[in-house]
Design a protein around this ligand. Sequence first.
Ligand SMILES: Nc1ncnc2c1ncn2[C@@H]1O[C@H](COP(=O)(O)OP(=O)(O)O)[C@@H](O)[C@H]1O
Ligand SMILES: [Mg+2]
Length: 234
Amino acid sequence: MNYETLLENIVKLEKIPSIVDVDGTTVNLEKELGAGGSKTVYQIELDNQKYALALPNLIDHPMIRLRKWYNAMSEPENTNQFRNAGLITNDISEIIVTTINGISIPAILMKSYDEHDFDIYDAKNHNKSHKFLLPYIIPTNEELEELFIPGLNDVLTLVENGINIDSDSFNLCNKGKVPRLYFNDLGNAEFNSIDDTTIAINYYKKQFLRTFVSTLNDNSYRNNQLAKTISESY
Ligand SMILES: Nc1ncnc2c1ncn2[C@@H]1O[C@H](COP(=O)(O)OP(=O)(O)O)[C@@H](O)[C@H]1O
Ligand SMILES: [Mg+2]
């Protein structure tokens, strides 16, 4: 079946059962890991490894669903480009043919967040909270600056590569034990499309700080004047 036919099959989906076929293997949709405006992401097991499988949301009108999935299909390629630029993304993002009640569609296979060897702090569906700013410990300005250097470097990398992405793609992680940006949901990313670098740097800096604060737990936030100061600055 060619790619267009597979994609058009999206409109035929009516319901997601608990068992689907992923590239010829029968798998259980073990649990829902999260959902957004276009995808529902399930945990599956393939060859004794846990993966995340993104399937289209069925709430939208089928034609809207088709348009959103068409965009989502750019995600693996865009993810590669981010990774090649030195940014942190999922190291697996590939289109995989998934058959749902006899209907074959292109789905997206990823590594599950839990399978990474660092923690990922999802900015939209809160899974865990980081401790980069522990309550009651007020770092000096120097320590604070140092804390933010790796993330601010990610901001510069985005701008150097002319990358245009919206706020939905920003998450945080602790790769290398420092706060770094973790990017997902890259279907709409554009490259070499920044007009004004100063505006872009300022905008992405704010996104980084917003992501940092939004992934703190309530307690760290409430008890930390510094976190409040940061959140007031964007
Ligand atoms: N690889 C993954 N491992 C675990 N959870 C994931 C993974 N990818 C996405 N999710 C969860 O699914 C949600 C929706 O994914 P996202 O790509 O943002 O979808 P949408 O395009 O609908 O916005 C995320 O916010 C996250 O909670
Ligand atoms: Mg999203």
